[in-house]
Write a protein that binds this ligand. Structure first.
Ligand code: DCP
Length: 230
């Protein structure tokens, strides 16, 4: 095991990689991204970065996630600006480990959520332009490359039920319609690949399965994450 790890590290250095092999986990609200991350958290080669929801709930004492759902027109720009910053922090966070596994990314923030807010006419044109200007600048001037996307594919009805069950205070008023729209946008982006650009090859998992059956699905992408020559 140690020999394997040394070999991995040697290959890593030989290739002159300046960043870890980076995997992002994407999927609708309630698709099981956190459960997926927890499954891989036990591996010593992997730096697991959970989504900074807690930061979104407490920015200098302000709950931006809650504010965004309570009054989307007023707070979506503020919230998505902060999401973009926290995602940038995750992408650029340094690690000595050869693999980085991230919950979501700056890409889904822009391509799914900002896109949906724009379609729903919640985000004004000028607000969207400012978010885009930041997005375009950071993605062109910083190395935010990813190597693999794991898409936890679900149906809106299943994730709606999970979201209701987990009962996150901020999400109480999120309607099924919103999850249907987000589902479509994820599908167009990662399944049909007709929307925006796909930042890396995509592995698709059936994330409708419940916790007791999902391990087999996870194993499908384990080799891609770990046996990769890094
Ligand atoms: N959110 C948002 N805009 C973003 C990212 C997230 O409005 N750019 C919102 C949607 C959810 C909450 O933040 O209300 C967290 O969403 P995620 O889907 O990212 O995370 P979950 O906790 O739902 O993930 P999972 O249940 O798959 O573990």
């Amino acid at each position: 095991n140690i020999a394997k790890r040394i070999l991995k590290m040697a290959n890593f250095l030989k290739e002159g990689r300046t960043r870890p092999y980076t995997v992002i986990v994407e999927g609708n609200i309630g698709s099981g991204k956190t459960t997926f991350l927890n499954y891989f958290n036990r591996n010593k080669d992997v730096c697991v970065l959970a989504e900074p929801v807690e930061m979104w709930r407490d920015c200098d004492g302000y709950n931006l996630l809650g504010a965004m759902y309570e009054d989307p027109k007023r707070w979506s720009f503020t919230f998505q600006s902060y999401v973009q910053l926290t995602m940038l922090q995750q992408h650029t966070k340094e690690t000595d480990l050869p693999i980085k596994l991230m919950e979501r990314s700056i890409y889904s923030a822009r391509y799914c959520f900002v896109e949906q807010l724009k379609r729903d006419k919640v985000l004004s044109g000028p607000s969207e332009s400012v978010i885009n200007a930041w997005f375009n600048w950071v993605t062109s001037n910083k190395n935010l490359d990813v190597d693999l996307v794991v898409y936890l594919r679900t149906t809106p009805e299943v994730v709606y039920e999970r979201m209701m069950k987990r009962n996150r205070a901020e999400e109480k008023s999120v309607p099924l319609e919103y999850l249907k729209s987000l589902h479509k946008i994820h599908e167009d982006w990662l399944y049909y690949k007709t929307l925006h650009h796909c930042p890396a090859p995509v592995i698709i998992l059936n994330a409708n399965l419940d916790r007791s059956n999902i391990a087999n699905e996870y194993e499908k992408c384990e080799s891609h994450i770990f046996n990769k020559e890094v």
